[in-house]
Write a protein of this length. Structure first.
Lengths: 112, 112
């Protein structure tokens, strides 16, 4: 079973920041937090991942709380093309053969 | 990042028949994974395929129904056998590459 809890849906206005929360209260010390998104009918796309420090790349920022029990994915300037299902996953991909286990994710709708 | 292609991209099949889905990666990878995404649902892991050994199936999935081949480090096939309408889904191939997981575009299967 997925070890994360996400709101089923969120709305965001185009050009505004989208902040997607994720709870992972049972995360263990060697598990990473991964974020993927799936645009309609496409394969999931990797966004970002982190262990305990905040991370930023060209797509998004990841803020992980100090106790690591929750995190927030931030899309700084959402566009219509960011409309997708966003999955927060905790996993030990550094352990060979460990596959990502997907929960239900958050459906983000960006509107103009 | 690894680039993954799948064939066919979509197919419509009659019940009782079988379909083999191909997954090709542009680089050598140790671990490959197969997922199923039923309509309106999240991704479910079917099996893990390591080159040179038998695939490892998740609970609820059996080799007779979903035989998998992994002849080399860049290729794998998943067969959906004796299909029924309940097998109508998107089937996705995924690979682990440098501690991240990447996904193919998926094969959309409709069983009539």
């Amino acid at each position: 079973d997925a070890k994360t809890t996400q709101p089923p849906s969120m709305d965001c206005a185009e050009g505004r920041a989208a902040n997607l929360p994720c709870n992972h209260s049972t995360i263990s010390g060697n598990e990473y937090v991964y974020w993927y998104r799936q645009i309609h009918s496409q394969g999931p796309q990797y966004i970002i991942h982190g262990l305990k420090n905040n991370e930023t790349n060209e797509m998004a920022s990841l803020i992980i709380t100090e106790d690591r029990k929750s995190s927030t994915l931030i899309l700084p300037h959402a566009t219509l093309r960011d409309t997708a299902v966003y999955y927060c996953i905790v996993s030990r991909l550094n352990q060979a053969g460990t596959a990502l286990i997907f929960g239900k994710g958050t459906t983000l709708s960006v509107s103009s | 990042s690894a680039v993954i292609s799948q064939k066919p991209s979509r197919d419509i099949c009659q019940r009782g028949t079988s379909l083999t889905i191909q997954c090709q990666v542009d680089s050598q990878v140790t671990m490959m994974f197969w997922y199923r995404q039923q309509p309106g649902q999240s991704l479910t892991l079917i099996a893990t395929a390591n080159q040179g050994s038998e695939a490892t199936y998740e609970s609820g999935f059996v080799i007779d129904k979903f035989p998998i081949s992994r002849p080399n480090l860049t290729f794998s096939t998943l067969t959906v056998s004796n299909m029924s309408p309940e097998d109508s889904s998107i089937y996705l191939c995924s690979v682990e590459d440098r501690l991240l997981q990447y996904f193919g575009p998926g094969t959309r299967l409709t069983v009539t």
